[in-house]
Write a protein that binds this ligand. Structure first.
Ligand code: WT7
Length: 660
């Protein structure tokens, strides 16, 4: 992968075509600057205008921003709305009842189309079903479901009745699920019998049973099961219900629960550098506003578009750019159940061609693995598919290296489609720094400029603004409507993690390093400044993985670091000290495998270390601090050249060079 130096010095520039700009929502840099100026000179007027223009308010708000209790910012607080009403009812009223909302494609290739009218009915029926079980406004509901129409319906049904959902990605283990259920204090779980992924069927319902059996989940009164495969499941009398039976007798209309704009729409757990995963709490009004606006600004969404975001609803991208944003703007979108390599690595291209997708949004890790696959097998090379429907491409989740960008641009975008490299986070709710496709000249590897209204800047450790060309910390100086509101159950942690006192307690610290190009001012993200890893676009804390490892009875001590990986961006490398003597050869391989499986069980398969190395000890300073800096160098396979005289036991480094 290209290093930061080459990224920030990248000189290739791709300006939007006149044809694209002509119809774009933001059609020139002048238009972009005008919006930025409006936000800077009249912040409240700017956001107030956009909130009135883009959302349906049951009761209008009288105040835009309340910062009296910063950093607990409140937006549009006395306004009332319903998110599901904004995503469904408004389109029925606008004559779009028969427009296709969802084009669902199953793993095996079956296609189901759902119109806005049908989606509305499904959501209302489930909302009524949830109500019939006593679930009400303010209750938390955990959703542990595969990519499916029902998954989106579940989220929207919660929104309709004012229940706060917390979606847990299907790749998380029973233990991770249990921890999230307990922290959220959820009253119900929505799940499926199985999740289909390629040839594998993952028993989601059985994992829910296991999670609840781990204890502490007495708050859960109901488990609702979507029947995906019809495979075997166990049912607990009185607690478990089939979704199809629950909705069967329900009315196809459900009066929405009007909620205050600050009402928590959802909690989504994400990893931090320390401690347990954080329950990122999002609002209803401000969040939905930004979901809708970024669909218009970043994706330039038009009534005729067929939008496809390949994320899973278990991540923030699947929340904002599947479950909410596309529906808020009345778009047609593709939802895909399966994996990009089944039945072969041409699946994405084949689906774009068959469904005539016009906007395609995916992660660099997927692009990189599909480049490899296309190089290896000419039959599934994108040139074999008709991709002429595409007009815009997007990238999300991690930095996209210029080589992958160029491949995407040439082979998928036919050098015609702009690429929006969107930088954002679970906490930001929507895009923060991204090109606007009809305005911004693109530079491979740069997410370019902040969205209008987003006061992103780069500062040094003391919080002082840095000039272009100098790398530092990415911060956002003003609040924005879609920002995280708090960490569920832990407002102190919210303040400490994101609004450090050193910077005055009101500036949002993103947790990423960044540098701006000397000439253009374009941002390049240089990676996390904390102990958070990004593996295939999945965010993971090194400490979480270390805790999982040391929970194994064999393990005395563990340190986890990331190392660059050509396909996954970063790979997890664990350095482990066992309670017994250091294993070697076949035995070491066997124990490494056991530990990998252990981590999969503790957290989920996505957290499995790619590499495990055993030592008699870890490199520590005389005061006992693990020298992670050295471990990172070892993980990369590089020689240690710096002074190691402060090291307690330098001989350990030799042992740790060896991978299992
Ligand atoms: C972290 C957030 C964005 C939604 C999905 C991931 C990294 C994200 C980019 C990008 C460089 C990026 C950052 C960020 N990241 N997008 N376009 N360029 N880095 O959300 O799991 O909360 O992870 O992903 O490091 O902090 P997340």
């Amino acid at each position: 992968m290209a290093n930061i130096e080459t990224l920030s010095n990248e000189t290739r520039i791709f300006s939007p075509s006149a044809e694209f700009s002509k119809t774009a929502a933001i059609s020139s840099m002048d238009a972009y600057h005008a919006l930025c100026a409006e936000a800077a000179t009249d912040e409240q007027g700017f956001w107030g205008r956009l909130a009135r223009e883009n959302l349906h308010w049951h009761k209008p708000f009288t105040q835009v921003l309340d910062e009296s209790n910063a950093p607990f910012y409140k937006w549009f607080e006395d306004g009332q709305l319903n998110v599901s009403y904004n995503c469904l009812d408004v389109h029925l009223q606008n004559g779009n009842a028969d427009k296709v909302a969802l084009v669902f494609e199953s793993d095996s290739g079956d296609v189901v189309k759902v119109t806005y009218q049908q989606l509305y009915e499904k959501v209302c029926k489930l909302a009524n079903g949830l109500k019939s079980l006593g679930i009400q406004k303010g209750d938390r509901v955990v959703i542990y479901m595969p990519m499916s129409v029902e998954g989106v319906v579940a989220m929207q049904a919660c929104a309709r009745i004012g229940a706060t959902h917390s979606v847990v990605f299907g790749g998380f283990s029973a233990k991770s699920l249990q921890e999230r259920i307990i922290d959220a204090g959820a009253v119900a779980v929505l799940t499926a019998d199985y999740q289909v992924r390629g040839s594998k069927h993952l028993p989601l319902k059985a994992i829910v049973d296991e999670a609840l059996a781990l204890g502490g989940c007495e708050c859960i009164k109901n488990v609702i099961v979507y029947q995906r495969t019809g495979g075997e499941v166990k049912f607990a009398e009185g607690r478990d219900h089939w979704l199809h039976e629950l909705v069967k007798e329900q009315a196809a209309e459900c009066t929405p629960e009007w909620v205050g704009a600050e009402h928590p729409l959802f909690i989504l757990y994400t990893s931090g550098s320390t401690g347990t995963p954080k329950g990122v709490q999002h609002s209803s009004g401000g969040y939905l506003l930004w979901a809708a606006l970024t669909m218009k600004w970043t994706f330039d969404i038009k009534p005729t578009d067929v939008f496809w975001c390949t994320a899973d609803i278990g991540w923030i991208t699947g929340h904002t750019y599947i479950a909410y944003g596309p529906l808020a703007v009345g778009a047609t979108q593709i939802i895909f159940e399966g994996i990009p390599t089944f039945p072969n690595a041409g699946r994405f291209w084949d689906m774009i061609a068959r469904h005539k997708a016009t906007i395609f949004y995916t992660a660099p890790t997927a692009i990189r693995s599909l480049i490899k696959a296309a190089d290896a097998d000419a039959n599934i090379h994108p040139s074999k598919y008709d991709l002429s429907s595409l007009r815009l491409l997007g990238s999300v989740g991690e930095p996209i290296n210029p080589e992958a960008w160029m491949w995407y641009h040439k082979n998928i975008g036919a050098e015609r489609c702009p690429i929006v490299d969107t930088f954002w986070q679970t906490e930001t709710g929507g895009h923060m720094i991204s090109p606007l496709p009809g305005a911004t000249p693109l530079v491979p590897g740069s997410c370019t400029l902040p969205m209008p209204g987003i006061a992103a800047v780069i500062v040094d450790e003391a919080g002082h603004d840095l000039p272009n060309g100098q790398g530092g910390l990415l911060v956002v100086k003003r609040p924005w409507p879609a920002m995280i509101r708090t960490i569920w159950n832990n407002p102190e942690r919210y303040k400490n993690a994101y609004f450090p006192a050193e910077f005055g307690g009101k500036v949002y610290l993103a947790g990423d390093g960044s540098v701006r190009n000397k000439d253009t001012g374009y941002f390049t993200i240089t990676g996390r400044i904390d102990d958070v890893l990004n593996v295939s676009g999945h965010r993971m804390g090194t400490m979480e993985i270390e805790s999982a490892l040391v929970a194994n009875p064999m393990v005395a001590e563990a340190a986890v670091v990331g190392r660059p990986d050509d396909t996954t961006g970063e790979a997890i490398c664990a350095f482990v000290v066992l309670k017994r003597s250091r294993p070697t050869g076949e035995e070491a391989k066997q124990i490494a495998k056991e530990l990998r499986d252990w981590v999969a069980k503790e957290i989920g398969p996505i957290a499995k270390p790619k590499e495990i190395r055993f030592g008699d000890n870890l490199p520590k300073t005389r005061s006992g601090k693990i020298m992670r800096r050295l471990l990172r160098i070892l993980a990369k396979g590089e020689e240690i050249t710096q002074d190691i005289s402060t090291l307690e036991n330098p001989a350990i480094l030799e042992q740790l060079k060896e991978a299992q």
